[in-house]
Structures are given as C-alpha cells and as structure tokens.
Design a protein. Structure first.
Length: 193
C-alpha cells in the first residue's frame, strides 16, 4: 500500500493506540496535537528533551524523527502519540554527548532498541498512559502484546537500564529503599562517574 494511502487509512478519530484526528491549525501550534500527544510533549520537555514542531517528510515512524537533543514532531503526520515515547526512549538512553549529536536513525543495535522500549514502558506507567499507547497494534511486528507482558514483568531490559543508572531491579531497589522498575531514578542517562 502506498504511504499516502496508508496514512489516510490510519488518520481516523481515536485516542491512545488509535490514530489521531487532524484539525487545521498552524503547524507550529501544539494545539493541533491530540491531548495525549500534548501531554507527552509537555512531559518530554520537562525532563529535558527538546521537542520541536515542524514538517517531517521522511521518518521511520510517521510524524516523528530524532534530531540532536530531542524530537522533531509533525502534528499533521503523527499517527500514534506513543511513538513519541518510543523515539524519546532512544534519546533518553543515549549518553549526553551522543544525544546532543544524534541523527534521525536510532541504528540497528538490539540493545539500544530494548533500552528504548523498556524506558518507554516505564514512561507510560509514570504518565498513567496505557501501555498499548506505546506498544500499539500497528507497530512492533505484531508483538505488542508480548512486549507489554515482558516489560510489565520487569525482567526484560531492566538490567540494561540499571547498568545505565536509570532504574533498579527489585533486589537493588529494596537495598536502596526505593521503588523498583518501572520507577525510574532519573529519566535521562548521564555520563558514568
């Protein structure tokens, strides 16, 4: 199916894991994002990731692309608000120098992908957003339900985020008297000490 035809098919009324409704507003206006996408954008900015609204013609996920230090979001093309958390997960789990100079391609490293998914699940829980918003049925090669169960279980990806200094597993969290994953110690990876 041609991309424009697929995009038209997906641009129906909906929320969460459903495609977004488009309304005519100036492109620079956050008001053209649906409420969930707006909430995510506001939170990403709060944790220190830049989010810029502008046209995105070519991207892996429709309407969102990584750029140095943040995300470029096209409200006209963004189909799923959870894709914002997934792409932000790639940025958040990068070391600061890499995050500041990254391009639009997250790369093919499976560890980086697992880190981004683990982070985005924790972000959804933190925001009170259904996991299906991030792990929607139109992505993840049909494995969204399996991935949700794996991240809810807290075993997949947690050692990696723990190594990055972002969260703790249940044993280490209990020893530190803090909550375990999906609770996060910090949202952005920092340089190791």
């Amino acid at each position: 199916m041609e991309l424009s035809a697929k995009r038209a098919e997906l641009q129906k009324v909906g929320t969460g894991s459903q495609p977004l409704l488009r309304t005519p507003h100036p492109l620079h206006s956050i008001s053209m994002l649906d409420p969930m996408a707006t909430r995510i954008v506001d939170w990403l900015r709060e944790i220190g990731l830049a989010v810029r609204l502008a046209p995105v013609d070519d991207s892996f996920l429709p309407g969102v692309r990584m750029e140095p230090g943040g995300l470029l979001v096209d409200p006209e093309r963004l189909l799923f608000p959870g894709d914002l958390l997934h792409e932000a997960g790639h940025l958040a789990t990068m070391l600061p120098a890499h995050r500041a100079s990254t391009g639009s391609n997250a790369g093919a490293d499976m560890g980086d992908e697992i880190a981004a998914q683990t982070w985005s699940y924790a972000a959804a829980v933190h925001l009170g957003i259904p996991a299906e918003t991030v792990f929607h049925s139109n992505g993840y090669k049909g494995a969204a339900t399996v991935l949700i169960a794996a991240y809810r279980d807290g075993k997949v990806g947690v050692p990696l985020l723990q190594w990055m200094g972002l969260t703790l597993d249940p044993v280490r969290a209990a020893a530190a008297c803090i909550a375990a994953y999906p609770h996060m110690i910090r949202w952005l990876r920092i340089e190791p000490e």
